[in-house]
Design a protein around this ligand. Structure first.
Ligand code: 5GP
Length: 204
């Protein structure tokens, strides 16, 4: 068996249901954890510092960058978002499967840095019209923010072909099953099972 957990990128435009999918994945598979990002975005009413994000000031975030403490970072909608590197290494070495819920620019940086060490999944909404409906139904963002997120979504959707897998989030349970199937198949890859092969073959 492979000892190290999987590192998984989950991207998808704002409103495609990443949070709901991740919560469901963590309920279904206790080995799945999500990396807590740092951001300079303002905390929303329902969010908790240190749980949803580490909410930082711009200068605190820039210090993380200059001290090489982030695996990647990106600017999205005028704010910084980044993945702290320390906790990820620890969780992976404990055998946890770690999800990076990151947008496309950051995802591209991680893919470039880690190559096939990372598994990338793009979560698609069933249609652009449905995405717009979901975003407009949110009460947490202003009209201006929603328009900006929709504009970003158009660009983000064009990046879907660069990911290893695409999952459509129409029916939540189907999307979650699809992602769990990806995890299962990835764990059976030969490169992640050299130890068990060696063990079984040693007396052959
Ligand atoms: P939101 O403001 O809706 O919480 O997040 C906006 C976007 O930033 C989402 O697409 C989310 O996946 C992405 N994001 C969250 N954390 C990170 C991160 O650490 N790095 C990058 N590159 N994107 C992130």
């Amino acid at each position: 068996m492979s000892d190290k957990g999987l590192l998984i990128i989950l991207s998808g435009p704002s409103g495609c249901g990443k949070d709901t999918v991740i919560n469901e994945l963590m309920k279904r598979d206790r080995n799945v954890v999500v990396s807590i990002s740092s951001t300079t975005r303002a905390k929303r009413e329902n969010e908790i510092d240190g749980v949803n994000y580490n909410f930082l000031t711009k200068s605190e975030f820039e210090e993380l960058i200059s001290n090489d403490k982030v695996l990647e970072y990106a600017e999205y909608n005028g704010c910084y978002y980044g993945t702290p590197i320390g906790p990820i290494d620890k969780m992976l070495s404990e055998g946890k499967d770690v999800i990076l819920k990151i947008e496309v620019q950051g995802a591209q940086k991680v893919m470039k840095k880690l190559g096939d060490e990372v598994v990338s999944i793009f979560l698609l909404p069933p249609s652009f019209e449905e995405l717009e409906r979901r975003l407009r139904g949110r009460n947490s963002d202003t009209q201006e923010q929603i328009d900006s997120r929709l504009k970003i979504a158009c660009d983000e959707l064009k990046r879907a072909p660069y990911y290893d897998y695409v999952v459509v989030n129409d029916d939540l349970s189907v999307a979650v099953e699809d992602i769990l199937s990806v995890f299962k198949a990835e764990k059976r890859k030969t490169k992640r099972n050299t130890k068990v092969i060696r063990e079984v073959c040693k007396n052959a």
